[in-house]
Structures are given as structure tokens and as C-alpha cells.
Design a protein around this ligand. Sequence first.
Ligand code: COA
Length: 349
Amino acid sequence: MTAQITALVDPNVSATSRRLAWLAAAPDGHPLGSAYLWIPTAGGVADLEIHVHPAERRAGIGTQLLHAAIDAAAVAEPALLGILTQPVEEGSPGDHFCAAAGLRRVLRLTYTRLALDSTRLALDSTRSAAGSLGHGAPEAVRAVPGYRLVHWEGRVPDDLAETYVRARRAMDDMPMDDATYIPPVWDVPRLQAVADAVARRNEILLVTAVLTTGDAMTADDAMAADDAMTADGGKAADGGKAADGGKAGGGGEMVAFTELVVRGDGTGDGQHYGTGVLPEHRGHGLARWMKADQIARTRARFPRLAGLLADTADSNTAMRRINESLGYQPTHRSLLYQHDLHPSPDASR
Ligand SMILES: CC(C)(COP(=O)(O)OP(=O)(O)OC[C@H]1O[C@@H](n2cnc3c(N)ncnc32)[C@H](O)[C@@H]1OP(=O)(O)O)[C@@H](O)C(=O)NCCC(=O)NCCS
């Protein structure tokens, strides 16, 4: 079928990207499918999403929408390097479609889920002095001396904003395999724009971060803090100071953070966003500590939440092991495909 492809005027423009949109319609005008392309202001790679109504598939409409997006991308932003698809589940129509279109498969993601009912049992049992749990449960998670946790919801508190901007580079070297990835340049307005975008969707952005304390904790302090974290399902490891909305109180530099997004009504599954530890602070257990604490807090704050979802690159061994140790179970695998607008000599791998 030859669909009528109409480029729409999309008001979705932000400081960091703008969106192009297309509607595919039948000759009688009824809609068949749509495509969206997010073009980053800073150049790099645009994100593509195509949907064709299930009743209209295998008629060439997806292909027409893809070509419309590819043709427009190069014109809209000549410096653009490529187009990256949304994650498509392995073996799904999207996977077959991307492969048939000759797109380059660049990244494999495994989705994992933590069922929060089982977490209650697992985290409660971390109180056991043994330090390690039975089959299928996460190991006990200790506070790390010399660091403390802070938490906030939505926009980053003013007194943490600058150090959070500096900590964002912790994500710059995340494994992206063969995908073209240009790390974003962060500043406070960008951080706020992300938080505001989440809020506009009626969702809640929850961040747990690690700050340096400047004075190393004793082993007893660490154990007491660990006990506080695991015993009450969410008490802050710094004795509760951070529960005031994230006051840095006493300063300290942010060296790690983990973001989670939960629906406004606190139901369904929460979705993990970024987790990063600055390279010079890796290997001390900070990621596991802040994630375990975030899980406990989230469970206490949103008792109706069913689970937590994470998507992790298969090649990101460190993150996969951390999530596994906290009890996350694989659900499915997805793939990202890329179309190169300026193919490089090694892009055909
Ligand atoms: C992926 C999607 C956009 C394809 O739309 P479509 O209009 O059915 O795609 P086309 O008809 O243009 O298919 C082109 C080719 O892709 C391949 N293909 C598409 N769907 C397929 C399927 N379910 N199984 C096997 N091959 C498939 C075929 O080679 C097809 O050519 P053929 O029909 O001549 O054999 C549609 O299935 C969809 O909306 N899926 C959900 C969203 C999604 O995954 N989007 C990913 C793209 S970013």
C-alpha cells in the first residue's frame, strides 16, 4: 500500500532537542502509523520511534515512514551522525523490520525486574548477622566508610546542583558497544529540564546520590548505618539527615548517583534511569549501596509499587552483576539499531 506521509509541525522543542513527526494515512485519510525523530541540539545521533497500527502491518508503511525520517534527518541537521532506533524486543516485528531495512545492530540490552514483594523478604533478612543470604536473595549491603547518601525527588536541591552537574560525567563511559554515543554536556538548567519533563508526565523522579564526607567512617559506624538502612526499609544511612529533601549539610562532593522514575500514583513498575559512579571512586561498593538504599526507601515510600525495571547493556558486566546481586531477574532482551548518516570505514562491523 502506498500511504500518504505528512510531515507534522511538532511544537515539542526543548533546550536540548527538537522533534520531527510524520503521520502515515490511507487515501481516505484514516491514520495508519506515525514516526518521531528527536534531533539533539548538540548534534550526534537522533532517536527514532516508528509505530504502525497492528492491522496495517506488512504493507510497507513502516518502510515509508523510515525513509521519510532518514531523508529529513540529513536536511534538518547536516552534522547529525546517525539515527538510533527505540529498543526493539529480540524476535519482535520491530527487530525483523530493522534488520530487513539494513540498519546496523549496535547494542543489546537485557531488561531485568525486581519484584518488590520478594524484596521485602530479602531486604528484611539482610539484618542477619551472616552478611550473606540464602538462595535467590541479595547479599547484605554495607555502608561505605568515607561517604554518605542523600536523596531527593524532582529537581535537584540548589545546594547539590553544581556537584550533581560535575558527577554526571560518571555516565560518560557507559558501554554503548557499536552505537554512536556523544555524552551530553550537563549544566543545572539541563538537569532541571529532565526533572521537569518527568513531572509533566505525572511521574516522580527519585535520586539517591553518594557524597564524600571527608572523614572516613569507622567500621562500627558503617555497621550501624547499614543496620539503619536495612532494618526500617528506608532510613537514610547518614542517620536521616538526607530525608529532609537532600540538604548537603556539611558539603561533600557528589561521586555517584542513581535515578528512578515512578508513576505519580505510585503503582505499576518503577523504571531505573541512569546509575553512575565516578571512575576514581569505583570498586568500593558505592553503586550497590546506593541502589539497595534506594530500593528500601522506594518500597517504604510507595507501598503499592509492584516492581522495579532496569535495562542494562549486555556488555555492562559491572551493572548487571550489581542488579543480579540485589535480586533483579531477567525478563527479556532488546536490541538497538542504527542508521549511519555519514558511515565511517569501521561502521560496517
Ligand atoms: C516495526 C514496524 C514499524 C514495522 O511496520 P510495517 O509497516 O509492518 O513494516 P513494513 O511493512 O514496511 O515491513 C518491511 C519489512 O520488514 C520485515 N518485517 C516487518 N515486520 C515483520 C515481522 N512481523 N516478521 C518478519 N519480518 C517483518 C519484512 O522483511 C518486511 O518486508 P515484507 O513484508 O516484504 O517481507 C511495526 O511492526 C510496529 O509498529 N512495531 C511496533 C513498534 C516498533 O517496534 N518499531 C520499531 C521501529 S523504530
